[in-house]
Design a protein around this ligand. Structure first.
Ligand code: ZN
Length: 334
């Protein structure tokens, strides 16, 4: 009897934990799925919510007939407004690998089950006009793991306000995204090194560390005719072996927006506005729609607070700090 009681208590505890985990993780329960039909590749999130998943499935079934040789990404921004949850979907379509021709958003109000659509075209402003007022507070925006289609929207927002940023790109993404990298360069953004494969380097050999960085620098040079000056090791993880093997300044961050976790433009915006101070380096990922949306919202608010957004190299230049190879920098504050 005692044993049965104990087993029952343990089962109850496990069930309770599982229920708690389910409640806490509803937002993070989203998985990305891929399916392929003929030459068509479709990437889309699955929410484990019948209403939303049915909606997406119907939408994709209608689209597949219209697609030719095609890659389609469905990305989203998850926001809570008042008592409602509003999910905004973005359709990013690739024709012949690179061109982003369409960006569509769908707002689903879960309370009223109302679905609204809106269209917007991506237009790039490549005018480059750099000036700096010495009294201004400076912060660096850094974007990791790209580029992809969302990068274009971010570049566009930064240029609209005459700001720049540093993009720590992955070597493995360069071949398929050369146009976006050229666009970054034309728009005056700083292109930096985030290793080739994004494997964790803390347990890698000196040879592997060197190869991951060197290969990426060479690929960046092939597209831009310029070698990157800065490196951010994958996951921002480093040890003395990495520091000795990498012959460049190592840049980490002091504000982490956790954009990869929440896909929530409100949370990203609030995190930046609540924590920001002069000399900060802010970590984001340019591969998410929610991040691209946050950028559009947060820039004018930062300007209002007296901040100018610059690349990492510009930040240290204006702060009169000379970056040294093998040294690690998390901000340029005093
Ligand atoms: Zn990364």
């Amino acid at each position: 009897m005692r044993l049965i009681k104990r087993i029952l208590i343990i089962i109850c505890l496990i069930l309770f934990t599982l229920i708690l985990m389910f409640i806490n993780n509803k937002e993070n329960n989203i998985k990305n799925f891929t399916y392929k039909v003929d030459n068509k590749e479709i990437y889309y999130p699955v929410f484990n919510d019948t209403n939303i998943d049915n909606y997406l499935n119907n939408y994709l079934n209608n689209q597949i007939e219209l697609l030719d040789d095609y890659k389609l990404y469905i990305d989203y921004d998850y926001q809570e407004k008042d008592d409602n949850i509003i999910l905004t979907f973005y359709q990013n379509a690739y024709y012949n690998k690179l061109e982003v021709n369409k960006l569509k958003s769908f707002n689903i109000n879960l309370k009223t089950s109302e679905i609204t659509e809106s269209n917007s075209n991506i237009k790039i402003d490549t005018t480059n006009n750099k000036s700096n007022n010495n009294n201004q507070k400076l912060i660096a925006f850094t974007f990791d793991d790209g580029p992809n289609h969302n990068t274009i929207k971010i570049i566009n927002s930064l240029k609209k306000y005459n700001m720049s940023a540093t993009f720590f790109i992955l070597g493995s993404r360069i071949k398929d995204n050369q146009n976006i990298i050229k666009l970054m360069q034309e728009a005056g953004m700083e292109i930096a090194n985030h290793t080739y494969s994004h494997r964790l380097l803390t347990n890698a050999s000196v040879e592997d560390i060197t190869n991951e960085v060197k290969k990426t620098s060479e690929l960046i040079y092939e597209v831009t005719n310029t070698y990157p000056k800065l490196v951010r090791p994958s996951y921002g993880s480093f040890n003395s072996r990495i520091r000795k093997s990498i012959n460049m300044p190592i840049i980490i961050w002091n504000i982490d927006t956790l954009d990869w976790k929440y896909h929530n433009s409100q949370k990203i915006t609030n995190k930046i506005l609540n924590k920001v101070s002069d000399g900060d380096i802010i970590l984001m990922h340019d591969i998410y729609s929610a991040t691209a949306n946050a950028i559009e919202i947060v820039i004018p608010k930062l300007i209002e607070k007296g901040y100018k957004i610059v690349s990492v190299s510009e930040l240290f230049y204006y702060k009169n700090i000379k970056l040294e190879n093998g040294k690690v920098y998390g901000n340029a504050g005093k």
